[in-house]
Design a protein around this ligand. Structure first.
Ligand code: GLU
Length: 314
């Protein structure tokens, strides 16, 4: 059933109010010190429907770093480049562990559980085309620009967040070194550096909802009609978002909301309603498992009100 644009506009405004209340119970991430500077009261949402309706509400002018939401796009970038051999090094199973967990790597010979946890994303970053981290990030940025229909060009790196993670990202360096031991990546320092840079690229909610549209549309940009990914690769990414997108909160999120989504510790969450819309949320106050409280609450309002859960009988 088509969604009434006016109803959607009203609902998005209502969702922001619910998001603001939910945010009151959380705090920004502190383990990357620079992220702790975010105002926990910031809340924003943007929705882009495939039939061309856009709406934005809340603190729409705030830029934030992609953090783990970038993992979806680096995977897409690498699959677009035809890197099917990636799946020899990275599995497709949910981990049930925290985003930066190292425990399973020993049991599973350094082969990460999936590309949406840190270890898996570091493998993907290490395989982006380019001779060094700077060149690899240009490859990645180019993908983001294509995904935005060439409407967004900046995707600037937040230097302070990048340096903050370089100074404190010992767990990620440990993951990279550990995987090097098993021959899963070649250069652990460069792999981690590329990953830190991609996590520090900035967007606002409207931009994030725009670049998520191809994921809701079978791999093709519904506006420019450019194909970014094959339908099969796109389906694979959307499936992985459903099973692995919110770390060890993914089961609860499936029950509560029920859509493919990916969160990041900056407070970003990208939700995809296949065939319908892309929804970007931002709210840096996080819950105990590192996911945006406002982001989840806003998705819950929209999805449940419009009965958009992928598990809904329609
Ligand atoms: N750069 C962050 C880290 O690796 C990303 C984690 C996240 O957003 O969940 O710790």
């Amino acid at each position: 059933m088509p969604i009434d644009p006016q109803e959607l506009d009203e609902l998005v405004g209502e969702a922001v109010e619910v998001g603001r209340r939910a945010a009151a119970g959380g705090e920004p991430a502190t383990y990357i010190p620079e992220l702790a500077r975010a105002d926990p009261g910031w809340v924003a949402i943007a929705v882009n429907t495939l039939d061309g309706h856009e709406c934005v509400a809340g603190d729409r002018g705030v830029d934030f770093t992609l953090q783990s939401v970038s993992k979806v796009f680096s995977l897409a970038c690498q699959l677009r480049a035809g890197d099917d051999a990636l799946w020899d090094q990275v599995q497709m199973e949910p981990s049930g562990d925290a985003f930066h967990s190292i425990v399973r790597l020993e049991e599973e010979q350094g082969r990460p559980r999936n590309p949406l946890i840190n270890a898996g994303a570091i493998v993907v970053s290490s395989r982006l085309a380019g001779d060094d981290p700077g060149a690899r990030i240009e490859t990645f940025r180019d993908f983001l620009r294509d995904a935005s229909g060439r409407g967004v060009s900046r995707f600037a790196m937040d230097e302070a967040v990048y340096l903050s993670e370089c100074r404190t990202g010992f767990r990620n360096l440990a993951l990279a070194n550990y995987m090097k031991h098993f021959g899963v990546i070649e250069d652990p320092l460069q792999a981690a550096d590329t990953y830190f840079r991609q996590c520090a690229l900035t967007v606002n909610v409207a931009e994030l909802a725009r670049i998520g549209m191809f994921l809701a549309n079978g791999g093709a940009d519904p506006i420019t009609r450019t194909r970014l990914l094959s339908e099969l690769d796109n389906r694979m990414i959307v499936a992985l978002m459903t099973t692995c997108g919110l770390y060890d909160e993914v089961g609860r999120f499936a029950v509560r909301v029920g859509i493919p989504a990916k969160s990041g510790v900056s407070g970003a969450v990208l939700g995809i309603i296949p065939g319908r819309m892309s929804i970007a949320c931002y709210g840096p106050a996080l819950g105990p498992l590192g996911n945006s409280l406002a982001g989840i609450a806003m998705l819950e309002v929209i999805v449940n009100r419009l009965r958009l859960s992928v598990f809904e009988s329609r």
